[in-house]
Design a protein around this ligand. Structure first.
Ligand SMILES: C[S@@+](CC[C@H](N)C(=O)[O-])C[C@H]1O[C@@H](n2cnc3c(N)ncnc32)[C@H](O)[C@@H]1O
Length: 225
C-alpha cells in the first residue's frame, strides 16, 4: 500500500509528518489490523484511520476535538473509498464504547513552555495538535492510564511519542495497567519548527543538551493478553 498517497491535508489540520508515517508503518508491519475494530483517538487528517481501513479493519472510529480535523478525515475517507466513522470529541469518548481490538494514537506530545502563544508557529498547524503541556504528557498520562480499559482481550495499542515526553513513563504506566508494552519502531528526526521553538524550554527542563538538533520518536505497542 502506498500510504503516502492517502493523506490530504487541510487548513487548520495537522499535516501528516514523520510521526504519522512511523505509526502507519508500525501498523502495516504488525499485520494485526485486518478484520479488527479500530479506534484512532487523535485523528487529525484521518491519515492513520484511513490506513487502518485500507488494511482491512472491520470498522474504524476516528475521534478529534477539532471540527476541521473531523471534516478532513471524512473527506479523506471518501476520497480513499473506505468507511471511517469520524466523530467530533475528545479521545475519552472512546471509553464510552465497547472495547476496541486496535487503538492507535498520535497525540499532542511536545513539552511546551508557558510563553508559547497559539498561532506563533503558523507552519506547524494548530497548537492543540502538538501542545502536550509542560511535560508533553497532557494526553499521554490519562491515555496510558486508560489503555487497558480501551482494549478488548487480545487487543493492542499503537502509540507514537517523542523521547522528550518520557517514553519510560508511558511503558511503566501501560505495564502497571496489565499490558505487555514495548517499543516496536523508532526514528531519529531533525527538529522541525515546533521543537526549534521549544528548545529553550527543553533545555530549561533538563531534557536537551546544548547543540542537539534532533529527537527520537518511537511507536509503543502494548498488548492486552
Ligand atoms: C499530532 S496530531 C495527529 C494527527 C494524525 N493522527 C496524524 O498522525 O497525522 C494530534 C491530533 O490530536 C487532536 N487532539 C488533541 N487533543 C485531543 C483530545 N483530547 N482528544 C482527541 N483529539 C485530540 C488534535 O486536534 C490533532 O488533530
Amino acid at each position: 500500500m502506498a500510504v503516502e498517497t492517502i493523506a490530504v491535508g487541510a487548513e487548520g489540520v495537522y499535516r501528516p509528518q514523520h510521526d504519522s508515517w512511523l505509526l502507519i508503518d508500525a501498523l502495516v508491519r504488525s499485520e494485526v489490523v485486518a478484520g479488527r475494530q479500530v479506534v484512532d483517538l487523535c485523528a487529525g487528517s484521518g491519515v492513520v484511520a484511513v490506513a487502518a481501513a485500507h488494511l482491512g479493519a472491520s470498522s474504524v472510529l476516528a475521534l478529534d476535538i477539532s471540527p476541521n480535523a473531523v471534516r478532513c478525515t471524512q473527506a479523506n475517507a471518501i476520497a480513499a473509498q473506505v468507511e471511517v466513522e469520524a466523530r467530533l470529541g475528545s479521545w475519552v469518548q472512546a471509553l464510552e464504547r465497547d472495547p476496541f481490538d486496535i487503538v492507535v494514537c498520535n497525540p499532542p506530545y511536545v513539552p511546551v513552555g508557558p510563553d508559547t502563544e497559539a498561532g506563533s508557529i503558523p507552519s506547524a498547524g494548530p497548537m492543540a495538535s502538538w501542545d502536550g503541556g509542560p511535560d508533553g504528557r497532557l494526553v499521554l498520562d490519562p491515555l496510558c492510564a486508560s489503555a487497558g480499559t480501551l482494549l478488548a482481550d487480545g487487543g493492542c495499542l499503537f502509540l507514537v511519542q517523542s523521547e522528550f515526553a518520557d517514553i519510560e513513563r508511558s511503558l511503566t504506566m501501560l505495564r502497571d495497567g496489565g499490558l505487555d508494552a514495548g517499543i516496536c519502531a523508532g526514528q531519529r528526526i531533525p527538529f522541525g519548527p515546533v521543537l526549534r521553538s521549544q528548545a529553550g524550554w527543553l533545555r530549561h527542563a533538563g531534557l536537551l543538551e546544548a547543540g542537539r538538533t534532533d529527537e527520537e520518536i518511537v511507536v509503543i505497542r502494548a498488548d492486552r493478553r
